[in-house]
Design a protein around this ligand. Structure first.
Ligand code: NI
Length: 125
């Protein structure tokens, strides 16, 4: 690896708390393998969906709950935080095929009144 690239790599891993290159490289490889695995819609995966929504949008809370009940086999857990007078934060943990988890996450994030959110996928191995 050329010197400039290696120096940038050392700087980056130093900021992240790595004390040696080997562990940093191992983690990068693992990350790429996870990315590759979850790109296959049939692979067994876990998803963590985090989103913020408007508490005052009529029927939204009910729609969100009904949708999760429809997918009770995929939704492992759900946590709700009342952020303030107007906003709620919800974190849903999903388990199943990567493609199905992605469809569930996309659907929830598309609801009117869901302001923003993100789905993170990972694998168990
Ligand atoms: Ni709330």
């Amino acid at each position: 690896m050329e010197g400039g690239l290696l120096a940038k790599f050392d700087e980056m891993i130093g900021k992240r708390g790595y004390t040696n290159r080997s562990e940093a490289i191992r983690d990068l490889v693992r990350e790429k393998i996870v990315d590759e695995d979850i790109s296959d819609s049939a692979s067994a995966a876990f998803g963590v969906l985090t989103f913020v929504y408007d508490h005052h949008v009529p029927q939204l809370e009910k729609r969100l709950t009904d949708f999760q009940h429809e997918h009770f086999g995929s939704v492992i857990s759900a946590s709700h935080v009342h952020i303030d007078h107007d906003n709620c934060l919800e974190v849903i943990i999903l388990r199943g095929e990567a493609g199905k988890i992605r469809r569930i996450g996309d659907k929830i994030l598309s609801y009117k009144g869901v302001k923003h959110g993100k789905l993170n996928l990972t694998v168990s191995h």
